[in-house]
Ligand binder design. Structure first.
Ligand SMILES: [Zn+2]
Length: 362
């Protein structure tokens, strides 16, 4: 299962869903390679053995005796019985097959939702979700190359599922607002750092067909990737909030502004980097296109998501479309990652600034 073993090379474009036919043929291929549960376990171990990850937890000896596809082995030195997946990424797994299948699909660059995986692998919805969370945590840890940092607010359009972080009787989008409130001072710092991390502004300002005038133009120029409150706009322009709101509604209708929870606004993603007058940081055309692709990808493959889990989906996108991924195979990356506790999954919340794939080119 090396990273180059992309047998099918048929990962659909981000905007397209994975067809049932493709999934069916992949499942047949997988079942032919690993027909039984023992074959699946053996495939998991094969990677661990080769990389010397399996070792005795009592004496740290690397030699372990076991039968084909067994869950338990014995240490060659101290002779103690060892639960082979214990204390590893595969700690407490009930069956190896769904895990191997999920990892194998990622290696083939095939990305499906956990509800489709639940039907494909014949596992409970909750197990499918758990597998998704854990393997995306591993992909995320490998997102060091070929990434760029952007504001999580750029993905506000797809935050429509509630999570434990969503306040009672509030829209899922309120999570974004809450997080921004909590770290207002941090945002200031991050905005400053934007000036260093973002690509330089293009020399020539793109001529746009946006012929806004007066207040609308003034507000349009103030909008960026960072959410801005109506009151802030009112303060900056010296105009009363009600006039600002009217102008913002016009910009919304023109499709260039997006209203977020709590009377905050951002510039519409498709406009980012294109209509920038150079007075505030914005993302490059290339990054804006990637954000657009990611939004379509998440909508098509997963419908909507919660803000809390955004980084898992960004990692999945990176796994599907980044040319550079993990060093050898994703299975090996999982072994090296080690155990992930339910508490870790529970506590993981997408930060305000997120890493996304830098270039969409494969
Ligand atoms: Zn031992």
């Amino acid at each position: 299962m090396s990273d180059d073993s992309n047998i099918f090379d048929s990962s659909p474009a981000p905007e397209q869903p994975v067809s049932e036919e493709l999934l069916e043929s992949l499942l047949q291929r997988f079942n032919a390679l690993f027909p039984t549960e023992k074959d699946c376990l053996e495939e998991l171990y094969r990677k661990a053995d080769a990389e010397k990850i399996l070792r005795c937890r009592y004496c740290s000896n690397r030699g372990v005796e076991k039968e084909y596809g067994a869950r338990v082995g014995s240490c060659k030195r101290c002779k103690k019985r060892i639960w082979l997946t214990g204390g590893t990424f595969f700690n407490h797994i009930r069956a190896a097959k769904p895990w191997l299948l999920a990892i194998w699909l990622i290696e083939q660059r095939i990305i499906i939702s956990s509800s489709r995986f639940h039907r494909l692998a014949g596992v409970a919805q909750s197990s499918a979700h758990n597998i998704f969370k854990k393997i995306t945590t591993v992909s995320q840890s490998h997102m060091q190359e070929n990434t760029v940092e952007v504001s999580s607010a750029l993905f506000s359009l797809i935050f429509c599922k509630r999570s434990r972080e969503t306040q009672a009787r509030k829209h899922p989008l309120s999570e974004q607002e809450e997080m921004e409130k909590q770290s207002d001072s941090e945002i200031l710092l991050e905005t400053v750092s934007d000036c260093y991390t973002l690509e330089p502004q293009p020399e020539t300002t793109t001529t746009t067909d946006m012929n806004f005038e007066g207040l609308e133009k003034e507000i349009y120029d103030q909008l960026s990737t960072e959410p801005i409150h109506v009151d802030t706009l009112s303060h900056k322009t010296g105009m009363p909030a009600n006039k600002i709101s009217v102008a913002l509604t016009m910009l919304e209708l023109a499709g260039v502004a997006i209203r977020l929870a709590g009377d905050r606004y951002i510039k519409r993603i498709a406009e980012l980097g294109k209509t920038n007058n150079g007075s505030y940081p914005a993302v490059s055309d290339e990054t804006a296109n990637t954000v657009d692709s990611i939004v379509s990808f998440i909508r098509n493959r997963f419908h909507g998501i919660s803000r809390k889990c955004l980084q898992n989906y960004l990692a999945v996108y990176w796994s599907a479309f980044s040319k550079i991924r993990w060093q050898h195979s994703f299975l090996e990356a999982c072994w090296y990652f080690g155990p992930i506790s339910p508490q870790q999954i529970f506590a993981s919340i997408t930060p305000l600034r997120v890493q996304i794939l830098h270039s969409n080119k494969r």
